[in-house]
Design a protein around this ligand. Structure first.
Ligand code: NDP
Length: 493
């Protein structure tokens, strides 16, 4: 009998109204390891009712008190570090080395950040004229719907939940169906930390049904979404019927540009991290590599050597740095891109075959895979793979490299590698993306805004900018003249 995880509504665990469940599979073994409630419309209605009931009191709670709940939750997350890390490794396959040392501590740090930055949120007094007070205040939106992806199950929900809660909203979270367990644990932790019943609700179930029902729901004021570009487009369409605001953090096809004056060894280190962290299941993963002709062979040889050394296998082993990808159909999709790359005439430099070791044979493993001399127009160079597969291209002229980097429907991130910082900054201005790193790839801080342009979406997560995403800026005008007649009334007289 596997453990059944209930949905979390009105401060407590609850079975789905239908009694149905979803199976959760460990991608390292292919075994079903748990069940989670399969929620539908009646469960969503219960969550909306709970969030609506909790709304006024939470909105009226001083921000300093809301911050304390997040700070307490941050310390409880660290107190539950082992359990959260094991849960995430089990449901997602991310190595325990990473979930223990990266995901869980970062969840705590993000809550600490939101707890602090929200207290510095301000309105403005506007110098309209001496006859009035014109000022803005920031109000919670009400009930917000947060729909999250599976690639960082805990972090992605904390990004949104921390910001939405501390600004006084009540929340309904729809976590990914394949990996909802850490989100459920986080909801429990927030409640233990003092988030009142109804402020954090989690409905687990299929996105096309319950996710879409959230987008349609007239009482949900906003949708914060991270996920696939195709899903984001669908959400925009549905939301337009209600003129509902949506924040969209979508896919990427991120360029990694190495100029002729770069420190090749540093670029190689950055390439391994940028391409293979989390098995490349990162929206900002380095995917398209543009390497100056004069250093291409040196870079390619060193990159292959460094990637070859990555130990992949059982994610519960602290020595493992690359685990399986998250589910079987995703492994199959990545393998289809590998087949496409081979067919396109690219040179296979590393990986490319399903591993058959005792440790990996039942799981969904894809080894680090590098192709050289790629065609920019091949399908695997244009679409988001979301796996540990990259392609290298040569360039001889910097303008050409910038043109290649911008030749994509996506606009999430890119990196430039050069010893000439001034040149790097100037080139960063020519790249259409939400983030450009110089001599780094993939580093994200709570303090810095995150979000793309073009088909990578809009809106920002993280940084103080996210506070605007979850508040209404209301203008309040106060007449100070005390006079019944105003000069502008004359227009009607
Ligand atoms: P999906 O878009 O498939 O799923 C994301 C979430 O949306 C899931 O909870 C899913 O539910 C739900 N969903 C699916 N269909 C609908 C619908 N019609 N209406 C409402 N909700 C729906 O993305 P993935 O989980 O596969 O995540 C990977 C994607 O996320 C990649 O493209 C990646 O680039 C992107 N991403 C972007 C980031 C960014 O910051 N820009 C960061 C991280 C990831 P269910 O699981 O039940 O299908």
């Amino acid at each position: 009998m596997t453990q059944v995880f209930q949905a979390f509504i009105d401060g407590q665990g609850t079975d789905s109204v239908s009694g149905e469940t979803l199976s959760i599979t460990n991608p390292a073994t292919g075994q079903v390891v748990a069940q989670a409630a399969k929620c539908g419309q009646p469960d969503l209605e219960k969550a909306v009712a709970a969030a609506e009931k909790a709304g006024p009191a939470w909105a009226a709670t001083p921000v300093g008190e809301r911050s304390k709940v997040l700070l307490k939750a941050a310390s409880l997350i660290m107190a539950n570090q082992q359990e959260l890390a094991e849960l995430e490794t089990m449901e997602h396959g991310s190595p325990i080395r990473k979930t223990m040392n990266f995901d869980v501590p970062l969840c705590a740090e993000q809550l600490e950040y939101f707890a602090g930055v929200a207290r510095a949120m301000t309105g403005e007094t506007l110098p309209v004229g001496p006859w009035c007070l014109s000022t803005t205040v920031r109000e919670p939106l009400g009930i917000v719907g947060l729909i999250t992806p599976w690639n960082f199950p805990a972090l992605m929900v904390v990004w949104k939940l921390g910001a939405a809660l501390v600004t006084g909203n009540t929340c309904i979270v729809k976590p990914p169906s394949i990996a909802p367990l850490t989100t459920l644990k986080l909801a429990e932790i927030l409640t233990e930390a003092g988030a009142p019943a109804g402020t954090v609700n989690v409905v687990t179930g299929p996105g096309e049904k319950i996710g879409e029902a959230m987008v349609r729901h007239p009482k949900i004021a906003k949708i914060g979404f991270t996920g696939d570009t195709a899903t984001g487009k669908r959400i925009m369409q549905v939301a337009s019927d209600h003129v509902k605001p949506v924040g969209l953090e979508l896919g990427g096809k991120n360029a990694f540009i190495v100029l002729d004056d770069a420190d090749v060894d540093a670029a190689v280190q950055g390439a391994v991290f940028g391409a293979f962290f989390n098995s490349g299941q990162v929206c900002a993963a380095a995917s398209r590599f543009y390497i100056h002709d004069s250093i291409y062979d040196d870079f390619a040889a060193k990159f292959v050597e460094a990637a070859k050394a990555l130990r992949f296998g059982d994610p519960m082993d602290m020595a493992t740095v690359i685990g399986p990808v998250a589910y079987a159909a995703h492994r199959d999709k990545i393998e289809a891109y590998i087949a496409d790359a081979k067919q396109s005439g690219a040179t296979l430099l590393l990986g490319g075959e399903r591993p058959q070791t005792e440790e990996t044979k039942d799981g969904y493993f894809v080894p680090p895979t590098i192709f050289g001399d790629c065609d920019q127009n091949a399908r695997f160079m244009r679409e988001e793979i979301f796996g540990p597969v990259v392609g290298l291209c040569r360039f001889s002229d910097t303008d050409e490299a910038i043109g290649l980097a911008n030749d994509t429907p996506f606009g999430l991130s890119a990196s430039l590698w050069t010893r000439d910082t001034a040149k790097g900054i100037a080139l960063a201005g020519q790249i259409k993306a939400g983030t450009v790193w110089i001599n780094e790839h993939l580093i994200i801080f709570c303090d810095t805004p995150w979000g793309g342009c073009k088909e990578s979406g809009w809106g920002k997560d993280l940084s103080k900018m996210v506070l605007e995403e979850y508040t209404l800026t209301k203008h309040i005008y106060v007449d100070l003249t005390g006079q019944p007649e105003k000069p502008w009334y004359g227009i009607l007289k």
